[in-house]
Design a binder for this molecule. Sequence first.
Ligand code: SF4
Length: 365
Amino acid sequence: MPNLLDYTQPELRDLMQSWDQPAYRGDQLYSWLHKDLATNPEQMTNLPKALRTRLAAETTLNPLQLVVQVDSKDRLTRKALFRLADGNTIEVVLMLYNQRRTVCISTQVGCGMGCTFCATAQGGLRRNLSAGEIIAQVHWFERWLRQEGGKADGLRVERPSRISNVVVMGMGEPLANYEPLFKALRAITDPDNFALSARSITVSTVGLVPMIDRMADEDLPVGLAVSLHAASNRLRGKLVPINRTYPVESLIAACHRYQQKTRRRITFEYALMRGINDSIEQAQQLADLLVGLRSHVNLIPLNPIPDSPYQPTSPEDAASFQQVLQAAGVPATMRLRRGIEINAGCGQLRQAMQQSDVIPLLTEP
Ligand code: SF4
């Protein structure tokens, strides 16, 4: 069944006209979907009853079925696993740090980039998500936040409230699914409907250079986060295979071009792996690479995954690495491995479920 969240507003107008309805029904429908976050045509009280019945019979409004959701012990992270219409599953995370309500969304089922330290990479790419499947992840947590009575529901967040930030850093390489992603981002930044600021959105990439340039030409100044993890081609080529196609120099040059066009500071993600990429020399190499770029480095002690040779850097070595960057004038923060006890590393909840771990099933909002 077609997912109505896959349609832009003009496409919904066309759909309504093809159903012998006036075009403005498409505008009403779009508003119900993207402003009121309706999940059932029966909620759309300004549409004729016969149209609501047909919508219910021939379309879907919500492509996500909740399988499980799990809260971290500090009650600042909630991770949800959803089943899609074809039976595949994806992960979405709500994070409540720094006065923000940030949702981390997925763009693909699995990932084809093959990063050697990543849980998602292990299963390969199954398929791209559609725009509607991406939008629905944001809507799901927004719906939950808009509802009252949050204090009784586990997480440390006041409700009603709204999502303040979206990070596109879940399963998949976002820029390998470019059109659906940007269709989704345009929907959630539509000022007349969902109305999230583009400046509150960050898109992560492992370094697809032509797509970074394409992003720079979009009239949508979202933040760019680059999963770097190594400053030399020799090491990065081993950790992040796409580096063999787009080496470090071409990636950093694309970052400069992105910054020139969007004026946005660029974030670099660097997962610290013991004895692999965490030496003082490698920190200096990283600092040298980022000279002249307005940047920020997020240092992340690696989330260990089962059967992996990679282990997290010790807190002492991580602090030394950070000090080298800061001394060189490169802002660097250590991201806490929050949520680790709920398998909140990329792809890990899904993987744990496939291994039949028992996780409680909670209810839909
Ligand atoms: S780290 Fe990101 S890009 Fe690399 S395999 Fe994992 S999900 Fe894909």
